[in-house]
Design a protein around this ligand. Sequence first.
Ligand SMILES: Nc1ncnc2c1ncn2[C@@H]1O[C@H](COP(=O)(O)OP(=O)(O)OP(=O)(O)O)[C@@H](O)[C@H]1O
Ligand SMILES: [Mg+2]
Length: 269
Amino acid sequence: MNAGPGRPLVTVRGVHRSFGTGPTAVHALRDVSFDVTAGTMVVLVGRSGSGKTTLLNVIGGLDRPDAGTVLVEGTDVTALDEDGLSRLRREKVAYVFQTFGLIPVLSAAENVGAPLRLARVPSAERERRVELLLELVGLADHAEQRPGELSGGQQQRVAIARALAASPRLLIADEPTGQLDAETGLSVMALLRGVVESEGVTALVSTHDPVMIALADRVIRINDGRLEEEPNGQLRGQPNGQLEGLPDGQLAEEPDGRIEGQADGREAS
Ligand SMILES: Nc1ncnc2c1ncn2[C@@H]1O[C@H](COP(=O)(O)OP(=O)(O)OP(=O)(O)O)[C@@H](O)[C@H]1O
Ligand SMILES: [Mg+2]
């Protein structure tokens, strides 16, 4: 990692984004400024329509703000041309979408290897990396199955493996568990939490899910296009991994041990 601990990987300053003009204009982002520290998992929460997807898209270079700047590892994303944006997405920023976004006719292994193919990684090296990644997400035995032959949770694991293939600096996930049941969602979120540690990646994740919030290093709330810092929802540092501060009853049926296990032994940076 070239960015040391405590250094921002992402710097957002004075970002505005509106859709439409005049009295019907929607101000999706209003003067948004914040940093994302390298090697952390930051969770973005907010009501439907509050601006989460818009913010993630502006940071990932899928959309351009009307004003303001976004730096990803020192590169001003808002100033890049199409070639620069393609390079950014190939080399630095990877996406995980709510709807997985896998290529249906390719096997799990081929989906994971697709970014490496684009980057012209030689096939032997590619195969090794794909094997490692499928192992990492617990799908070594499903390499040859196509997305349609995998469960939703398995598909999202493939999507995470694919996102990690080219060793991105930043992983952006927009409601990655939005289509999964609570238990499957939990395992996908635990996986995301784990790869922040094991792959040294920085993650920016939008979610409505209280467990994801609990696993975050930092929680930011967006309300009608404006950011508010939330009290940190993380389990770490809380006695017995108790999920205090979470909405009542939401986790009633979750096995305690897994959440505690995730929280064990980690300190906030
Ligand atoms: N391409 C677009 N054209 C017009 N309006 C848009 C466009 N994209 C987003 N908006 C508007 O901007 C606002 C923020 O939308 P955004 O998709 O960022 O919300 P969100 O927080 O991701 O919501 P959800 O939780 O439902 O995904 C909404 O009012 C939305 O209608
Ligand atoms: Mg959204």
